[in-house]
Design a protein around this ligand. Sequence first.
Ligand code: F6P
Length: 532
Amino acid sequence: MTLTTLPAWTALGDHARTMADTPMRALFAADPQRFAKFSRRLGPLLIDYSKHRATAETLALLLKLAEAREVEKGRAAMFAGAHINTTENRAVLHVALRNLGGRAMKVDGVDVMPEVRETRARLKAFADDVRNGTRLGATGQKFRHIVNIGIGGSHLGPMFVADALKDFQRDDLSVAFVSNPDRAQLDEVLKDHDPAATLFTISSKTFTTAETTANANAARAWIVAALGEAAVTKHFAAVSTNLKGAAAFGIASDSVFPMWDWVGGRYSLWSAIGLPVIIACGPDAFERLLAGAEAMDKHFETAPAEENLPIVLALLGVWYTEFFNAPALAVLPYDHRLKLLPSHLQQVDMESNGKAVTLDGSPVASSGPIVFGGGGADSQHSFFQLLHQGPRLIPCDFIVALRGGDQASRELLLSNAFAQTEALMRGRHPSEVVGTADALKPHRSFAGNRPSTTILLDELTPESLGMLIALYEHKVFVQGLIWGINSFDQWGVELGKEMATSLLPAVRGERAPEGRDSSTAGLVAAYRATRR
Ligand code: F6P
């Protein structure tokens, strides 16, 4: 049966018509215990999903959909190392990277844990040596700057985590992340760096990504110009599945760390892709991050579906995309240290579930939302207007830490975050708009009934951060199971890459842009005209 012909789907459709006319205000008025019933604590996380257009019946019907889509079977298949990434014939086992308990996790019958542990030990030793001055630059100087060169999952995840854990960084060891092939970014980072004290980590699962290759070669030239060719082995480390590519670049074998094809790029921050974090924030903080993710993995793997936070949040997301035509999800961290969370989750969610066909190649009934967001307080002064009064229903995730830093400013943050969720839920009826001319009342009314989830971290620690990221990873996976798509390939990025490669000679003026549409040819011509 296809998704939309399932009895569970039909029942949800009928129920949605009822819920469409049921204000969340009424749900709260009818049940003083609503928050208690629709919130759940898991370690340092408290997740409030009471401000949703859902009742116990809604969740029961959604859980029946999960059952009909065999979500728990799909979950078991992932943990068992099955090749659930069917189009690339690969397992999906990023959970092995944070399997600190060490139980066997097998891919094609082989327990991957020994190699995972051995690599993690190598990463720790390398990071310790850089941090304590055992590993020095070509002139004998300690490293004071780490510069990661990567893009996508080799950039967004580690950059987000390094920024979120900035409190663990040392003053004498900076970390920067370069991804843009616009040389302005690399130049901006290196302008006040001493080559003799700079270590580059080249992060690329394939070691063939054009943007990363361009930046890596520029960084190499910068080091060679300052310190000579022999310095390359001292000033570069690499993380890749392509060990030959890293060796060809001139990186010493003891500075090359493996990745595996059963780890997707957007799920790889837990792997050696985390090297810049391990160096900058320390191996202990990174291990605590892994422990947090492991705690969420255990919850996801074992909790009954009705109490399973990734499953519940996944189902609520599907509820809105399917039955309320919600086009997007807004991710709103009200904590400066989590400001890069939306950009990381954009890749985790949209590169996973932005798909047009199901596992068997037939057109999807539906798939992933547009994920956007930004720092909560700033966003209140940019796109919240649309969230409150736009014609589309856009569910929002509010993420706040209850403790940390200056308490007065935190209380201001918390009051804004909590009040925004209430305003989105309650709205303001025209009859409640006072002190204004009748003609203005429609303009100053709020439909309300805009759902939100609030994720409270007791405080932002490596553990709670690890739990938070893993929560979203598993939520995305469950949604993919419901939609019947492969959340772990990314064929959609290939066409643009191929066309860019074939167009580059024309842009460089080495040949005419033959066979291109008049727009592309016209754009190339406009550039070429500037070169004459
Ligand atoms: O965006 C496509 C993609 O393959 C991502 O999935 C990946 O994280 C990124 O490019 C970088 O790939 P690599 O780590 O192989 O350089």
